[in-house]
Ligand binder design. Structure first.
Ligand SMILES: [Ca+2]
Length: 560
């Protein structure tokens, strides 16, 4: 899968030059562009039929990873990205989402970013970086200090009968979990995320500027399209009006923030909410995409050949059968896919605006940019979005946990290659620290720290071959999985928790990702020793992270 030019790159000299002090060369800016629920093959450069010329440009001028993993769901991936830790160690075990309605009073289920580990922005700020964030936080926290409405809301969601206790410590911890208190000099966005994308003047909204309510700019005119009914009672579908649209609006703020940084490098975390539900986008873009999804089987086939054409999936590997669709569902799915595609095209336009801003300030070449999704496409659009992989977000098949990953850093990262190194979101913190020349501390807030779970993939980015990690663990509600040496994958209770809920006993499934990356053939019965060994590894990992048996969790509360 390596392309020849890629192998000719002078690897070790580049690695060494990064660790040496070069005062004449300013340290690079670092940007992470994270989308929300975009599928593996959505971008054009990963085989999809969505127009993403700007994202494709990052790929052409940078590197694509074909074996990159997230934690499979919004908050766990974000928690791991910002701490370099397994999500359960920082409060987001077993698929917890930031918020007040699903968590438990145990550390792995606290659904609020743990104060016990340093965050990426805290570390980079300590190393002299300006730290900027726009978009979706989803790691808990609120400005509850002087807000009676929030205090009442907290108490309502946290009954004393379930072991919760409200008091000054809780207030301090809640406030302390917000982005500005966790290392970001600047923040514009939302603490939570599942809400509308379009706002008209006078609409209530939850955007914050720092710790306080933000003022939005309604400075573009949109014809507003939405897919289906939303549970929030969205009233604006079909209107043409001056509005704030999330993807455009948060990029405006990001561009403003980077223009205001003077005399030091910056770290920008640009966490788009698109293309997460509710599916809402400019109407003319939805119209543009409807014909591309009028034949769902054709769209799936186009992606199956697209991923091979782009070199991000091996030619000849077995793939899943095309989904069977009832005729009356096809039109609805086509509209969902067209709206999803439209949302990603707006992300792409804004990646272009960001690049333009960097070029205008002469910083485009001294900026390392990383582009990925926080998990696979959601169930509604997964049949196309995650091709060739199986499953969807919150499930632990590859379609839920694998993402496209693109890195661009001119003159460092060789251009145009596909890198098969197995990597995951925990690797980003150590990678960024190495790029920035910042050392991970051995203590934090007076207590000792072990090294982060991930490893720097800078050598792979610079063209060096890296072996696969020993174990990658995943956990979501009742499901567990582990990928051993990048090849053997054990899944325990895969799917929507069916065994735990309805059937006695546990399901064990093994796939050989080397020959069967799309998970078409269960080889558990041929590999009993592997099942035993990997199950023991999963059990030990769950114990280390404080993850409880899902049946015990269900006795307390059904967290769906
Ligand atoms: Ca997500």
């Amino acid at each position: 899968m390596f392309r020849p030019a890629f192998l000719l790159f002078a690897f070790s000299a580049s690695v060494l030059s990064l660790s040496a002090k070069e005062p004449s060369e300013p340290r690079p800016n670092i940007i992470v562009v994270l989308t929300d629920d975009s599928g593996f093959s959505d971008p054009g450069c990963f085989g999809g039929q969505i127009d993403t010329p700007q994202i494709d440009r990052l790929a052409r001028e940078g590197m694509r990873f074909s074996n990159f993993y997230t934690a499979g769901r919004c908050s766990p991936t974000r928690a791991t990205l910002l701490t370099g830790r397994d999500s359960a160690l920082v409060g987001f075990g077993a698929g917890m989402l930031g918020g007040w309605n699903r968590e438990f009073p145990f550390p792995a289920y606290r659904a609020r970013l743990s104060p016990d580990f340093p965050t990426l922005p805290e570390l980079l700020r300590g190393g002299g970086y300006a730290t900027l964030m726009v978009g979706k936080w989803h790691l808990g926290g609120s400005d509850i200090r002087n807000t009676p409405r929030l205090q009442e809301g907290w108490k309502k969601n946290h009954p004393e009968s379930e072991g919760w206790k409200f008091g000054p410590e809780e207030v301090a911890a809640e406030f302390g979990a917000m982005p500005v208190q966790r290392g970001f000099d600047r923040f514009f966005g939302m603490i939570e995320g599942e809400t509308d994308f379009f706002y008209l003047s006078g609409d209530a909204h939850k955007y914050l500027d720092g710790n306080t309510p933000a003022t939005l700019d309604y400075d573009r005119t949109y014809t507003i399209a939405t897919h289906g009914k939303t549970k929030f009672g969205f009233p604006h579908a079909g209107k043409t009006a001056a509005a704030f649209y999330d993807t455009d609006g948060v990029t405006d703020r990001a561009v403003g923030m980077i223009q205001e940084v003077k005399g030091r490098p910056f770290f920008l975390y640009l966490a788009y909410r698109a293309p997460h539900a509710p599916l809402q986008a400019p109407a003319e873009l939805v119209e543009k995409y409807l014909p591309r999804f009028s034949n769902i089987s054709g769209a799936v086939e186009a992606r199956k050949s697209g991923v091979v054409r782009e070199g991000v999936f091996p030619a000849g590997a077995p793939v899943q059968e095309n989904p069977e669709l009832k005729k009356d569902k096809a039109a609805d799915l086509a509209h969902a896919l067209a709206t999803h595609a439209a949302m990603l095209e707006v992300v792409d336009q804004n990646v272009g605006r960001l690049m333009q801003a960097l070029e205008q300030s002469g910083q485009a070449d001294n900026t390392a940019i990383f582009f990925l999704s926080d998990n696979g496409a959601a169930a509604e659009v997964a049949d196309v979005g995650n091709v060739p992989y199986r499953g969807c977000k919150a499930l632990l098949w590859e379609g839920g946990t694998r993402t496209h990953f693109i890195a661009r850093w001119p003159d460092r990262i060789p251009a145009g290659g596909i890198n098969p190194t197995v990597a995951w979101v925990a690797d980003l913190l150590p990678t960024f620290l190495q790029i920035a020349g910042v050392t991970y501390p051995d203590s934090f807030q007076g207590h000792p720290l072990s090294p982060p779970e991930g490893r720097s993939i800078l050598p792979a980015l610079l063209g060096e071959k890296m072996p696969p990690p020993g174990y990658l663990f995943f956990n979501d509600r009742g499901q567990q999985s582990v990928i051993f040496q990048g090849r053997w994958k054990l899944l325990i209770e895969p799917g929507w928790y069916g065994q735990t809920h309805e059937t006695p006993g546990m399901a064990y499934v093994v796939y050989d990702l080397q020959t069967d990356p799309a998970e078409t053939r269960n080889v558990a019965s041929e590999n009993p020793d592997l099942v035993k060994r990997l199950t023991e590894a999963c059990d030990a990992w769950q114990k280390k992270c404080g993850i409880m048996d899902y049946a015990e969790i269900l006795k307390l509360k059904d967290p769906h």
